[in-house]
Design a protein around this ligand. Structure first.
Ligand code: ADE
Length: 248
């Protein structure tokens, strides 16, 4: 079965958007995956086609109605066992592991929030999993849904070549990518690091590992603290490493 993303949105015209070009777009055209963008407003129940109302208890903005959104979910996904996600800054942060998990399944149904929020009862009643793509607030869930779908699609069989897969493994191993260089050899007085043009593959690998570790420690102490014990080399300062019991 083709991997399929179903998106429930008030702005279906935003799709496929960036998912229609480049890697994801080519895979979409060749039917490696399918995208279904459904308009939540098609499930509105009154003649004004209203989908939102003022928040119970007062406050600014508008809240997406539970009955309308539930009807939209049921129409899209009445019986399936697919993951049902709702993009929200208060969700669990998306990780590469969750992306891999979603890519391995049939493909999710994704609700895109707008307004101040979604009636909690539909989140509970339809068991929506809230997912965040970072600690900042977008004006709606659509761009977040696109980010999630893009991250999944590039993992589908046949979408990526070998080169990109190795990048994948590196991030999955818990380290940020080492810096890359290409011609010209000299750019504005900056040469390519000598080791990379030495032809010594072992030295190149060691340099890249050291750079990746240094970057991760400096920029992402959270990732550094989580890295699996087996990727720490003998010279690392891991407290877990039995060879370095006295280190840091
Ligand atoms: N909707 C608005 N902001 C978001 C975020 N950071 N992640 C997921 N969905 C969102």
């Amino acid at each position: 079965m083709t991997w399929r993303a179903t998106v429930l949105t008030l702005f279906p015209e935003m799709f496929p958007g960036p998912l229609g070009v480049s890697l994801a777009g080519r895979a979409l055209a060749s039917e490696v995956w399918a995208l279904e963008a459904r308009d939540i407003r098609d499930s509105a129940m009154d003649r004004h086609r209203s989908v939102d109302d003022t928040p119970a208890g007062g406050g600014p903005g508008m809240v997406l109605r539970a009955d309308v959104l539930a009807a939209a979910i049921d129409a899209a996904d009445a019986t399936s066992e697919r993951p049902r996600l709702v993009m929200s800054p208060r969700g669990r942060p998306l990780t590469q592991a969750r992306v891999a998990d979603l890519a391995a399944g049939p493909g999710p149904l994704i609700v895109c929030g707008r307004f101040e929020g979604i009636d909690q009862r539909v989140i509970d009643a339809r068991q929506l999993e809230e997912v965040s793509i970072g600690d900042y607030v977008l004006s709606g869930g659509e761009i977040a849904a696109m980010a999630l779908i893009d991250a999944c699609v590039r993992l589908l069989p046949g979408v990526m070549g070998k080169l990109e897969s190795s990048t994948e493994e590196s991030f999955s191993a818990g380290l940020l990518e080492y810096p890359q260089y290409t011609r010209p050899q000299l750019f504005e007085d900056r040469p390519i690091p000598e080791v990379l043009t030495s032809g010594d593959h072992a030295k190149v690998a060691a340099w890249r590992q050291a750079e990746a570790e240094a970057l991760t420690r400096a920029r992402r102490p959270d990732l550094w603290a989580l890295r699996p014990a087996q990727i720490t080399g003998p010279k690392s300062e891991s407290r877990k490493s039995p060879k370095n019991k006295t280190d840091g």
